[in-house]
Design a protein around this ligand. Structure first.
Ligand code: SF4
Length: 363
């Protein structure tokens, strides 16, 4: 059965870099690139996708609803109930369901751009016909695959697989020792996983691939899977490098813009892709939106009605009172100064991190 290879471009730097990386290194996989459009992205996202198309070929645009703004359609359906970190109907309706409908019942490998310097897991499909793979990480496999592969109940099978890959020598001795040690208190999955990767990452990947062939996972249905020979680990600076080298460049909303308060200077930008009103953004990013895209900020304000607000305990109208803006900016300047003293980065991404658990919107 044909297995599709699919890669979602969110509008963020990491998925853009992954798309370029995969196109350049694995052109024969025939990857389908797509973007799920919420109708509420910044114009910078559209510009990025157009630039990417010059490197990748066409990017399929998916929309939950045709003919009208998807977000407004679903907002109406929920009775103007704004989404929030606890009630993320937006991601489910406008990203996940659209993606799963696009894949249908086909077997698919979905490539996800979580970086090697991030400690999080990404989208794990609840549909068994979709398997996530993470090419930028040392461990390219998803948690569910690792949990099965290293499960105590499968130890004999995995020992047999490794036996064929590495029939003798010191390496075999070390691997056998690790495999025979059961998962339990003090020897968790992550510990066992890292011990095996430390010995030989490629061999580990080959062993997982052989294991998957005995399952229904999409990768297991492939005759070959070139990523098992890839030991690249890509971190943030590599991502920026890929984007610059390809000519696509970094999405312009990441560009730090200087501001001044009470004679002190700081910088702001938007640290992630996604909807312009995303409730995950920091206060300073709201202020960036207010000052750099006032029309969009006003639109976000209009959605706040019947007591629903984007931020807990603060309306957008309150947030843009001069004294509040001053306070938010001074808070950022303080954090940036503290980071500078510790020789840490002062960009918003360095200060707030970019580890929010939403691979569908922000990668
Ligand atoms: S970017 Fe934010 S608001 Fe938009 S779909 Fe994702 S989580 Fe929801």
């Amino acid at each position: 059965m044909k297995v599709r290879h699919i890669l979602g471009i969110s509008g963020g730097k990491d998925s853009a870099a992954l798309a370029i990386y995969m196109k350049q290194n694995y052109p024969n996989l025939g990857i389908e690139f797509y973007n799920s459009d919420t109708g509420c992205e910044l114009a910078e996202t559209e510009i990025l996708i157009e630039k990417l198309e010059s490197v990748l070929g066409s990017v399929k645009r998916l929309r939950a609803i045709e003919g009208r703004n998807p977000f407004e359609f679903f907002l109406e359906k929920t009775g103007n109930f704004l989404p929030s970190p606890q009630q993320r109907w937006c991601t489910i309706r406008m990203k996940l369901e659209v993606f799963e409908k696009y894949v249908g019942n086909d077997l698919a490998v979905s490539y996800v751009g979580i970086r090697g310097d991030e400690d999080r897991d990404g989208y794990i499909s609840t549909k068994p016909n979709i398997q996530a793979v993470f090419p930028f990480r040392r461990n390219i496999w998803s948690l569910d695959v690792i949990n099965k592969f290293l499960n105590n109940a499968n130890t004999e099978q995995v020992l047999d697989i490794y036996d064929k890959l590495c029939p003798q020598g010191r390496k075999k001795y070390d691997i056998t020792g690790i495999l025979k040690q059961p998962i339990g208190k003090g020897f968790y999955y992550s510990k066992k996983l890292n011990a095996l990767l430390d010995i030989d990452t490629k061999m580990f990947n080959h062993a997982v691939f052989e294991f998957l062939k005995t399952t229904d996972y999409p990768v297991g249905q492939l005759d070959e899977f070139p990523l098992i020979d890839n030991t690249d680990v890509l971190v943030k600076k590599d991502i920026f490098q890929i984007l610059e080298d390809s000519g696509v460049g970094v999405p312009s909303y990441y560009k730090e813009i200087p501001f001044e308060v009470d004679g002190q200077t700081g910088t702001y930008c938007r640290s992630r892709s996604g909807c312009y009103f995303c409730f995950f953004q920091q206060k300073i990013e709201w202020i960036w939106l207010y000052e750099q895209h006032p029309d969009l900020f006003r639109k976000a304000m209009e959605y706040e009605k019947n007591g629903y607000t984007w931020n807990q305990n603060e309306t957008l109208a309150d947030m843009i009172k001069p004294e509040r803006i001053r306070q938010i900016k001074l808070d950022v300047i303080k954090k940036q100064n503290a980071n500078r003293k510790q020789n840490k980065g002062t960009n918003l991404v360095d200060i707030f991190g970019d580890d929010i658990l939403c691979t569908n919107c922000f990668i």
